[in-house]
Write a protein that binds this ligand. Structure first.
Ligand code: UDP
Length: 328
């Protein structure tokens, strides 16, 4: 039986990856320090014999006994509010955490896939973003801790590949949504749906003309699985190119939830990218992959998930907005 280690296993993407590898018949070892992860996302796996979980911070030395075939490094805070709240941990897990896991992969002769991000392109001057674009990143801004950690992650991963001959894969993940997103992590989709469910106005930052392209989680997981199984070493964008302005997105959420609330405008956070859309030519050619789930379908499933959460989850608002957080 093949064994896979998944870091960030209790998080949004990590937990879906655990499910996928369990379905594929693997022995799955999940690891998470639970700073932003939630054990509820994987509690259904605990009774299963092929699943085990380690509560561990991968920024510290990682030990796993026995053989490993694959490592997927998905541990990291991943929302702008988290970067402000836990900047040092964000840097450490992308840099030292990646270094530890590359070392483990080398020791075990395992193939490793690291989760990179569209943030390596910063506030992009090229649109849509192709993998050969080097990016426009502010290293010292609020997003710098994430962007630069992920850029370092890509650099050290390629260095382990070139210098040690390690089998490495790099996925650049664009905005993704679906069940198990943290309701109050400050990301736009849970923010809007949470506000609609609580009967609050929807907060659009800036004038809402900035764009994002949202990928449903099932599509993303399929892309990642194919990349891991491929022999392609260079980074691959995985995301849905269907681009929408944040203002139009707010209107879609208002329609979806049937709320009477309106849109209110708040200041745009520093270095908020103006536009973002993946060019997925490489993923199509190398992986034969393209997203299948439309935003309408994906949002319906995601809304049903958020509606099923308890009142307690719904009102556990950590910070109301980016600005409120900075003021504290
Ligand atoms: N945003 C918004 N209202 C919110 C939260 C986010 O208008 O309550 C905007 C944010 O400024 C950004 C976009 O939505 O332009 C996507 O933000 P998110 O934090 O989800 O991800 P990003 O792609 O910026 O990392």
């Amino acid at each position: 039986m093949k064994r896979v280690l998944i870091t960030g296993a209790a998080g949004f993407l990590g937990s879906h990856l655990c499910d996928r590898f369990m379905e594929e018949g693997y022995e799955v070892i999940g690891m998470d320090n639970l700073i932003t992860g939630n054990l509820k996302n994987i509690e259904h796996l605990f009774p299963l014999e092929r699943f085990s979980f380690y509560h561990h911070d991968v920024s510290k030395f990682v030990h796993v006994s026995g053989e490993l075939d694959y490592i997927l490094h998905f541990a990291s805070p991943a929302s702008p509010i988290d970067y402000l709240k836990i900047p040092i941990q964000t840097l450490k897990v992308g840099a030292m955490g990646t270094h530890n896991l590359l070392g483990l992969a080398k020791e075990k002769n395992a193939r490793i896939l690291v989760a990179s991000t569209s943030e390596v392109y910063g506030d992009p001057m090229v649109h849509p973003q192709t993998e050969d674009y080097w990016g426009n990143v502010n290293p010292i801004g609020p997003r710098g801790v994430y962007d630069e950690a992920k850029r370092f992650q890509e650099a050290i991963t390629m260095a382990y590949h070139r210098f040690h001959g390690l089998e490495t894969r790099i996925v650049r993940i664009f905005n993704t949504y679906g069940p198990r997103m943290r309701l109050n992590d400050g990301r736009v989709l849970p923010a809007f749906i949470g506000q609609a469910l609580r009967g609050e106005d929807l907060t659009v930052f800036g004038d809402g003309t900035q764009t994002r392209s949202f990928c449903f989680v099932d599509d993303l997981i399929e892309g990642i699985y194919r990349l891991l199984m491929s022999d392609y070493v260079e980074p691959v964008n995985v995301g849905n190119p269907d681009e929408i302005s944040i203002r139009d997105f707010a209107e879609e959420i208002i329609k979806l939830t049937g709320t009477d609330q309106k849109v209110i405008y708040q200041p745009l956070p520093q270095d908020d990218p103006m536009q973002r859309q993946p060019d997925i030519t490489r993923a199509r050619e190398v992986l034969g992959w393209a997203p299948k789930v439309s935003r309408a379908e994906g949002l319906k499933v995601t809304y049903a998930y958020f509606k099923s959460l308890s009142e307690d989850d719904l009102y556990k608002v950590e910070h109301k907005s980016f600005d409120d957080y900075i003021k504290r």
